[in-house]
Design a protein around this ligand. Structure first.
Ligand code: SF4
Length: 750
């Protein structure tokens, strides 16, 4: 498709491409001067850079940054129906007026020349413009026909984890209530599934107990496979404050000496993938050296005796070689945990994105529970998701096994409760779990899934082993891609393109990672014929004969209906209204009544969903691929601070794009010498699935035997840069989250 056909009409949008580039370039010089592409550090990342047209706003709207799960409050400045400025919301408790480099540059992602501004149908190698009537009618017809002929499970929907509560609610009602399949899946699977399943296995429910401020009340914060300096810069400020103002200590466990690791008091540079061994060895030390209150551990947890028996086999001396850590370092870290009064345990994709991600998370939680670091301020597990709505979509149940209010699709009573509010026949709702994204793609490949509707997500770039994922997508009978941009790696496979709305072009609510609700006001109209996404889905639903179920006058109506399904549930928000959320930004659920103040932290009474906390007994398992003949290195992928996911947004912002013009590969000096590459060389990194070119960065910040490549580049940046062509699609047995952090690789000079 030619770009011009889909580009925003510059005059109508009131911005010329020339003026945008000029303004952005001026800022780029400022950023580039202090940017370290290896660590992701930006000198002055919190300084007020401003936006060239920032002073021109005539009206301001309330919003939240659409990137990470921290959920920073943002004021959106508008002039002439165009967003011209953003500013950190000064009275927002999460960020107190600050934004990181991604948040500061939000304006740039709206006014790009690849905005998708009208529906289009694939015709031959190109796309033909349609009007909404034709497009929505065709989508409705294809779904109806397919479901009637092949059954409801021949349809699936895959949505991003950056949508709003009201949107997830509508998607859920349409897919599970109207179509009768539970094949509603989200991109959160790729980031946080193991973390959430780990929480459920340990707590008995998906109820994150802590508040962000707990790290500032802790004596010790343990960060396992987590680099908030790059991934959550505004939250990282709290860790800086905790250390500098309150004297908290930090233990960081990571194969890379990240900026977070450099800031730590204790850095355990672990051999990639061996976290279960380390966590179990720490538990061994805590128990053997009587650093825990055993009576309390027995009271709080189930089967403490079996657990203490299990970890007897994990003496530090036994796991030292495998973890690449000294027994002394493991003992020292365990003693710090045992001697601290209040410990917060944090983790990130380093644990989640693994074939044994759930085991890694639950064995970290074991440490939290046996030391009694739960149900007290300044203590407990705290996980901040990579995508802004990964908490909200779970509450609303926009996942294949859930219904609103964390109800399970397999629970008949739950289906009846939901059906009553939705106004549908419970007999028409499926009692079977739907399919996670690895199985959806397998379903496309085998032909069992015929129609896939993707909303604001880009699996052709973000799914591991992308060559395979692309082949699977190409087999869909009918692929609907609803996005703000075209082309993306995924939209190229679409049979139907539907123009959705971008952040600030639609309204709703979202929940951040500490259970805090926030209101997002619609600030401007979407460009061209683009529409708020839930209107698109409701339009299709109406055309399929479900119009009576979607008679809402506003997103607030939808919110009010959703609220009914939270009553008495862990995420009860019966006491909230839009007005109250706007007033009390970030108010944390449960808020069961209008007079309730919200719940800063959960389980202070130590009454847990299943009575006791579960200790999970696990052993280490190697990744699906380990370094060996022909592929001697362990490939880790991850993020940098100036980019987000597959760059569909951040790659368009000149200032951010220039900080990462091409992939780089970090390698230890000894390995660089061994494999004949030098700093600045262009190298070819290969795995059994493919090869990419990346610029060599020689650093002793990475372990010998491991290499690191950022995952942000997809095929649009060139076939030789599509980093997920290297990664492995084996996945966690419980969470079905793929293993992005372990592939056997080799490197050679290009
Ligand atoms: Fe946005 Fe996260 Fe940065 Fe806050 S820390 S501004 S939510 S990307």
């Amino acid at each position: 498709m030619e770009r011009e056909r889909y580009g925003v009409e510059e005059e109508r949008e009131g911005i010329t491409r020339r003026s945008f580039v000029r303004g952005a370039s001026a800022c780029a010089a400022l950023t580039l001067a202090g940017f370290d592409p290896v660590s992701g550090t930006i000198t002055g990342a919190f300084a007020d850079v401003g936006y060239p047209e920032g002073g021109a706003a005539s009206k301001w709207y309330m919003s939240v940054c659409p990137y990470c799960g921290v959920g920073c409050g943002v004021d959106v400045g508008v002039k002439n129906n165009r967003v011209v400025a953003v500013a950190g919301m000064k009275d927002h408790p999460v960020n107190e007026g600050r934004l990181c480099i991604l948040g500061k540059n939000l304006v740039g992602m709206l006014h790009t020349d690849d905005r998708l501004v009208y529906p289009a149908r694939r015709e031959g190698d190109g796309f033909k413009r349609l009007d909404w009537d034709e497009a929505a009618a065709e989508v409705a017809e294809r779904i109806k026909e397919t479901v009637e002929k092949h059954g409801p499970d021949s349809f699936a929907m895959y949505v991003s984890a950056s949508e709003y509560i009201e949107e997830y609610y509508i998607y859920n009602k349409f897919v599970k209530g109207c179509l009768g399949t539970n094949n509603l899946e989200s991109s959160a699977r790729l980031c946080w599934a193991s973390g959430v399943v780990g929480l459920v296995k340990a707590f008995g429910a998906d109820s994150p107990p802590c508040a962000y401020e707990d790290v500032e009340l802790a004596d010790l914060v343990v960060l396992s496979g987590y680099n908030p300096s790059s991934s959550k810069p505004i939250f990282f400020r709290r860790l800086v404050r905790a250390k500098k103002d309150s004297g908290a200590r930090l233990i960081v466990i990571d194969p890379r000496r990240t900026d977070t690791a450099r800031f730590a008091d204790t850095f355990l540079q672990i051999r990639p993938g061996t976290d279960v061994l380390l966590h179990n060895a720490m538990a061994h030390v805590l128990i053997k050296e009587k650093l825990i209150d055993e009576a309390q551990a027995r009271r709080l947890t189930d089967d403490y005796d079996a657990f203490s028996e299990h970890v007897k086999d994990f003496a530090p001396e036994r796991v030292a070689a495998e973890t690449g850590l000294s027994a002394g370092a493991i003992r020292d870290a365990a003693r710090q945990i045992g001697r601290a009064e209040r410990v917060v345990f944090m983790w990130g994709q380093g644990l989640n994105q693994s074939r044994i991600g759930t085991r890694k998370v639950t064995t970290l939680l074991n440490l939290c529970f046996i030391t009694g670091n739960i149900g007290r301020p300044g203590a407990g597990p705290l996980a901040i998701t990579g995508q802004t709505s990964a908490m909200g979509l779970r509450e609303v149940g926009a996942l294949p096994h859930l219904l609103p209010g964390f109800r399970l699709v397999t629970d008949g009573k739950a289906r009846e409760e939901v059906a009553r509010v939705w106004g549908v026949d419970p007999a028409g709702m499926s009692p079977n779990k739907g399919k996670p994204i690895p199985m959806i793609l397998e379903g496309l490949e085998s032909g069992r899934i015929k129609v896939l509707w993707i909303i604001h997500s880009n699996p052709a770039a973000t799914f591991p082993d992308t060559e395979w994922a692309r082949r699977a997508l190409s087999k869909a009978d009918f692929l609907i891609v609803q996005d703000c941009y075209h082309p993306t790696e995924t939209s190229r496979y679409a049979h139907m393109l539907l123009p959705g709305a971008q952040w600030s072009e639609k309204g709703g609510t979202l929940t951040n990672s500490e259970r805090g609700l926030n209101l997002i006001e619609k600030a401007v109209d979407p460009p061209g014929q683009a529409r708020p996404d839930l209107l698109i889905v409701m339009d299709v639903a109406r055309r399929m004969g479900f119009g009576d179920l979607f008679r809402y006058r506003s997103t607030e109506d939808i919110f009010e209906e959703y609220k009914l399904l939270t009553r008495g549930r862990p995420c009860d928000i019966s006491g909230l209204t839009y007005a109250r959320i706007a007033e009390e930004k970030g108010i944390q659920w449960p808020v069961p009544t209008a007079g309730h103040k919200g719940t800063r932290r959960r389980f202070l009474d130590r009454r847990f969903p299943k009575g006791k906390l579960r200790l999970n007994l696990h052993d280490h398992e190697e990744p699906a691929e380990t370094p060996g003949e022909g592929y001697p290195l362990h490939l880790i992928t991850g993020l940098v601070a100036t980019q987000y996911h597959s760059r569909t947004r951040t790659g368009k912002i000149v200032k951010l794009d220039r900080t990462l013009p091409e992939p780089f590969v970090e390698i230890h000096p000894d390995d660089a010498g061994r494999y004949g590459v030098a700093d600045g060389d262009l190298a070819v990194v290969s795995t059994r699935r493919g090869s990419v070119k990346a610029r060599v960065v020689v650093t002793d910040g990475i372990r010998r035997g491991a290499i690191f490549v950022p995952y942000h580049f997809g095929y649009l940046a060139g076939r030789e840069r599509a980093v997920n062509a290297l990664t492995n699609r084996s996945f966690d047995e419980f969470a079905k989250q793929p293993e992005f952090k372990a592939a056997a690789a080799r490197i050679e000079k290009a």
